[in-house]
Design a protein around this ligand. Structure first.
Ligand SMILES: [Zn+2]
Length: 227
């Protein structure tokens, strides 16, 4: 320590950046509605609803299904179906690179999670979009998992529930994405013919082509309130 540093009051003495106490990122969240700064864990424990203004924050697929389904008897449907790159698509980046990044960021293998289980002991199959996986876009995997979920509901004679959070069709799969609209709607027609209910819950954000297909054809369509 030089004579000058010795003269400085302790408060202005420089510390080694490595010694400074690290504040973990993302521990606090500012509510976009009431601007209250919320502790992330508190928000999650309140199912992502702001404790001070009741604003419904966005919620991931698995967290939502966790909150929705009874703890017992859950099983996942179609997790073995994973994305491929049939068109060798490339925009500013290659499609497989985008998939890899989305997988790392979300821990999911595509933008739809489907689970069988029960709600208050009533058996059903529930599908939920993961918006953080390529904006919840629907490609072949999302379509296939959706249909497998509907087929499981038909087989077990139980209702099918879908929570949408999606930007629409996945452009990296071109026409194959658009085909999913017909494919998913055809499966819902089979469900309807068996007299089984389809409940569509629109959550923030639901936009694009999916709204024009299976999201709006539910026997019951519910829009999750923002407040
Ligand atoms: Zn709030």
């Amino acid at each position: 320590m030089s004579w000058l540093e010795k003269l400085l009051p302790p408060k202005i003495q420089h510390t080694d950046p490595a010694d400074r106490r690290q504040v973990p990122e993302g521990l606090w969240i500012k509510c976009p509605s009431c601007e209250t700064v919320l502790y992330k864990t508190d928000l999650e424990q309140n199912q992502n609803v702001c404790p001070s203004c009741n604003h419904h924050h966005r919620i991931g697929a698995r967290a939502r299904l966790n909150a929705f389904l009874d703890n017992e008897g859950r099983y996942e449907i179609g997790q073995e179906v994973v994305p491929v790159d049939p068109l060798k698509f490339k925009d500013s980046r290659k499609y497989p690179e985008r998939i890899k990044e989305a997988m790392e960021n979300t821990g999911e293998t595509d933008a739809l999670v489907v689970m069988g289980g029960a709600v208050l002991n009533i058996n059903l199959v529930a599908a939920c979009f993961e918006f953080d996986f390529m904006a919840g876009s629907m490609g072949s995997v999302v379509g296939e998992r959706f249909v497998r979920g509907v087929e499981a509901a038909i087989e077990q004679k139980v209702p099918f529930v879908c929570f949408t959070a999606t930007g629409g069709a996945r452009m990296q799969e071109g026409l194959l994405s658009l085909m999913q609209m017909a494919k998913t709607n055809a499966s819902l027609t089979r469900l309807a013919k068996k007299g089984l209910p389809y409940i569509s819950v629109l959550t923030d954000p639901t936009t694009g082509g999916v709204s024009a297909s299976f999201a709006f054809v539910g026997d019951v369509v519910i829009a999750e309130p923002r407040h």
